[in-house]
Ligand binder design. Structure first.
Ligand code: HPA
Length: 247
């Protein structure tokens, strides 16, 4: 592991804990570090992608932003797994629900991640790769979600390359076009990163899980308020941190 610092992470392997929580937003990374961790050290700030290491209930945990989309989480998770010795990455993000029984503020655990991205092409597989989370992380996350009394769902999510879709006949272009076909296949929600993270983990022989809070509903148009987002985000953080320290 001599390939550090990298163009995107100016740190050493010792700077990171075995488990890294990855929100999309760098400010969320700072928020998590400042509100949930003790003895925090800023370990990366290249491009303002803040990475911190601290302790949660006495155990070392890191948190660093992934940015938005598969190309961005693809870079950061690749470097963390392959150059910084990180073993587990827990994505903590938001997603838009596409099933009626999945409500805003619910938590979804991405057991599988479908995608419309071409990230998988690099592996030259003679078929379709099924991007799945780490069972070990999922098992712990389910256990902790039950303990915390959260409303949660486990299943497939869609990691989409587009937030805005050019879509004839649908005024805002974003929702039903993408949702429709995936909804029929039982996919729970749409986000933009999990599949890339899962493929990097698979290739590196490491562990990953995407935990997402439903921030909006693509079927009903329901959205969360800023306050609701903050509260449900806090629940998700506790879930991710408890999972991190049970590894
Ligand atoms: N699409 C993609 N990512 C998202 C969405 C969405 O509708 N909502 C929250 N993250």
């Amino acid at each position: 592991m001599a390939n550090y610092p990298t163009p995107h992470i100016k740190a050493s392997p010792e700077d990171f804990a075995e488990t890294v929580l990855m929100p999309g937003d760098p400010l969320r990374s700072k928020f998590i570090a400042e509100n949930f961790l003790q003895d925090i050290v800023l370990v990366n700030n290249v491009r303002g992608v803040q990475g911190y290491t601290g302790t949660y209930k006495g155990q070392r945990v890191s948190v660093m932003a992934s940015g938005m989309g598969i190309p961005s989480i693809g870079i950061y998770s690749y470097e963390l797994f392959n150059f910084f010795g990180v073993e587990n990455i827990l994505r903590v993000g938001s997603a838009g629900a596409i099933q009626p029984d999945i409500k805003v503020r619910d938590v979804v655990l991405g057991m599988g991640a479908c995608t419309n991205s071409h990230f998988v092409d690099q592996y030259h597989l003679p078929g379709t790769f099924s991007a799945t989370c780490s069972f070990k992380l999922l098992e712990k996350a389910v256990e902790n979600a039950r303990k915390l009394g959260l409303r949660f769902h486990v299943g497939n999510i869609l990691s989409s390359d587009t937030f805005y879709n050019d879509n004839e006949g649908v005024p805002d272009g974003s929702a039903m076009y993408t949702a429709g076909a995936w909804n029929k296949m039982g996919v729970m929600a749409i986000e933009m990163e999990a599949a890339g993270l899962y493929m990097n983990a698979a290739r590196a022989g490491k562990n990953a899980l995407a935990i997402c809070t439903i921030s909006d509903h693509l079927l009903t148009g329901e959205e969360t308020t800023a306050e609701e987002r903050q509260n449900s985000f806090t629940d998700m953080m506790k879930l991710a941190l408890e999972t991190a320290i049970s590894m």
